[in-house]
Write a protein that binds this ligand. Sequence first.
Ligand SMILES: *[C@@H]1O[C@H](CO)[C@@H](O)[C@H](O)[C@H]1NC(C)=O
Ligand SMILES: *[C@@H]1O[C@H](CO)[C@@H](O)[C@H](O)[C@H]1NC(C)=O
Ligand SMILES: *[C@@H]1O[C@H](CO)[C@@H](O)[C@H](O)[C@H]1NC(C)=O
Ligand SMILES: *[C@@H]1O[C@H](CO)[C@@H](O)[C@H](O)[C@H]1NC(C)=O
Length: 443
Amino acid sequence: MGACQALHPHSQKPSSPSTNSSNPGYFLSKPVCAWLACGFLSLALLHLLCCSPAGTQQAVFSPLLQLFNTSSASVSSVPEGGGQSCDYSEGQWVWAPGHARRYNATECNVKDSENCVRNGRPDTGYLDWRWQPAAAGCELPAFDAAAFLAAVRGKHVAFVGDSMARNQAESLVCLLGASAFPSLLVYRDADPGVFQFRRWAFPSHGVTVSVYWAPFLARATGRVDDYHLPYSSVYLDTLAERWSAEADTMDVAVVSAGHWFLKWAMFYNGSEVLGVHMLPESNHTEIGFVSPFREVIRRSVDRLLIGSGGGGDARGDRTVVLATISPSHFEKAWDDPTTCARKGPYKDEEKEVDGEAAELRRVVKEEASAAAARSDGGATTIKVLDVTKLATMRPDGHPGAYMHRDPFAPGKPEKMLNDCLHSCLPGPVDTFNEILLQLLTKR
Ligand SMILES: *[C@@H]1O[C@H](CO)[C@@H](O)[C@H](O)[C@H]1NC(C)=O
Ligand SMILES: *[C@@H]1O[C@H](CO)[C@@H](O)[C@H](O)[C@H]1NC(C)=O
Ligand SMILES: *[C@@H]1O[C@H](CO)[C@@H](O)[C@H](O)[C@H]1NC(C)=O
Ligand SMILES: *[C@@H]1O[C@H](CO)[C@@H](O)[C@H](O)[C@H]1NC(C)=O
């Protein structure tokens, strides 16, 4: 059915339901987003019962001119953390008017489907929250572009993984560009609508920021390239070509993947099928998503460990940042225009990190510890960017129907494609980069 395809950067073309009879008959054509919607249905009720207060709060900030408060872009509204690192993974969103209104996404050329303001999203309260870490004495300072660029002066910051990695890279470029440090798009895919590989330069500090789209991190074919195909073939023994070939050029590598492992896949070791996920008709063993994901994370980190045989280690230290999963929020049917139409964060008791998100998060944390032990004393620092909790609590931060421009202008359609996976820009993903800055500057 191809219904989710616009959620991923390579597949903006409209598609028809997958009725291709040349598909192997044993792969049933399933609603593409069923996996996303599943498990969130019960929350639809909660949604109806719970009225977000954001509706009243947003009125104060409604004029468009006040939407972007770039003057505060590099001003910390909270005290600096004081040098030592904090645990940012647990905490809560607190009301902070203006906090996330840092840039105009049109000016930093974000993907149209994430430019919620331009697309006419009327409520703006989702830009008025800041993340308050739970740990005593910990504050998360607002993003400081000068501090970030100084921390990575002369370096190559690479985001590797699926469209969440790309979403975060775009956020970073916007956050940096909204300051006094102009950026330059130095490379993009031939098709400007495609966001698979991009590179930006910040000449004032000799910094480059790149995105490498590799949704499985490993080499993959099939559905990753063409949404009409029923599944992806993933070669766990081989990393995706482009990023792994350029791994030696990366000084900071932010690895963010996971969502694709939850979908239809056949996993290979060389030419041998190891097993499948969600392909019962294939007669291969179901092996779930945890072990393939773990294998790929381990291999990817090994590729990035300096002194692990990758060669080209002359660049010096490297920081590998493993991001944990940020879950989607399809609360109703995937094509219901209100499936993620909330206007504020969940309340504390309303939502927990569980299920697939908890498992993927656990794998990343375990593999990060294991890799840190393997690289002990080496030139590679391993860090975890644990955003699962803070992302879980923000069902309001997705484009939803506003992945389309003025989606309700023609009247209220009964069904439409929604993006309840990525973050609006600006939006909650900017907080990922606030934490990234702290990870890069604190021990
Ligand atoms: C803009 O930022 C300044 C400085 O942080 C703050 O005092 C002000 O309230 C913000 N204005 C809006 C509209 O958010
Ligand atoms: C954002 O920037 C674009 C291009 O400069 C401009 O047309 C638009 O009005 C701006 N939007 C807001 C809300 O300031
Ligand atoms: C893949 O195959 C190689 C050699 O054929 C073997 O050493 C390795 O253990 C296999 N890996 C997995 C995950 O089965
Ligand atoms: C799977 O097994 C069933 C029952 O043995 C058989 O009918 C079917 O053709 C097999 N499918 C494939 C793809 O081999």
